[in-house]
Design a protein around this ligand. Structure first.
Ligand SMILES: *Cc1c(COP(=O)(O)O)cnc(C)c1O
Length: 227
């Protein structure tokens, strides 16, 4: 193995162990928590190292980048499960429905309608999560907490989308626990079991607060090089 591959395998083992420990501490079954490895911007060699180490659930935040990387990898690893965790433009919905197994960023009526239409057309039902902008940040995607109830209802009733849960990205400067607790409350009101919350810096807190999916990039693959 190359140094990078050894490092990724070791990091993965470490993150998995910490997820299990956090679950145990909260008296949860670790099997209830799915680790999503976020491979965006990473050299494909590192993603392959994670695959070789047995990781099968991955997150990408751009449709185009995922299209360049995953079709070939999927031929070798057909059991991969791919989640879109970044904003989705309506003109990319068709490609996203072809490629992904789950969309975590449903956040506006036009997108909900387009996803419903495209899934029906392709005969595919992807797990859908609604992104909540729990910190009410202007620059961040997601539905505002005050609009969440109506939007969740309309996604399910009007559009018939298979909504399985909620997703959030807390503001960097805040205590993430408050945001995770808010997300859990909204999900509970709607009987939604999926909670996608927690990243490299706070996934253990998220697991303690009920996350069913944690999205971890840097702690597995190392820092992203945007240069
Ligand atoms: C990049 C990204 C992650 C992973 O972030 P890390 O801090 O590197 O773990 C998680 N969720 C979303 C939505 C992201 O865009």
């Amino acid at each position: 193995m190359t140094d990078a591959a050894t490092e990724v395998a070791a990091n993965l083992a470490d993150v998995r162990a910490k997820v299990a420990a956090a679950a145990a501490e909260a008296e949860r079954d670790p099997a209830e928590v799915t680790l999503i490895a976020v491979g965006k911007v990473q050299p494909v060699e590192r993603v392959e190292a994670a695959l070789a180490a047995g990781q099968r659930v991955f997150g990408e935040n751009r449709v185009q980048e995922a299209q360049g990387k995953w079709p070939a990898l999927r031929e070798r690893y057909p059991d991969v499960e791919l989640h879109l965790i970044g904003p989705l433009q309506t003109n990319k919905v068709k490609d996203a429905v072809v490629l992904f197994d789950a969309i975590q960023t449903v956040d506006r009526p036009k997108l909900a309608a387009e996803l419903a239409r495209e899934m029906a057309k392709q005969g595919r039902r992807l797990d859908c999560y609604i992104q909540i902008n729990t910190g009410e940040e202007d620059q961040k995607a997601g539905v505002l907490p005050a609009d969440a109830d109506a939007f969740i209802d309309s996604c399910r009733q009007e559009h018939g989308l298979p909504i399985v849960g909620l997703m959030c990205i807390p503001p960097v400067a805040d205590d993430p626990a408050l945001h995770f607790a808010m997300l859990r409350e909204i999900a509970k009101r709607h009987g939604l079991s999926g909670l996608s919350m927690g990243m490299s810096g706070d996934y253990e807190t998220a697991v303690q607060l009920g996350a069913t999916h944690v999205r971890v990039g840097t702690a597995i693959f190392g820092a992203r090089d945007y240069g």
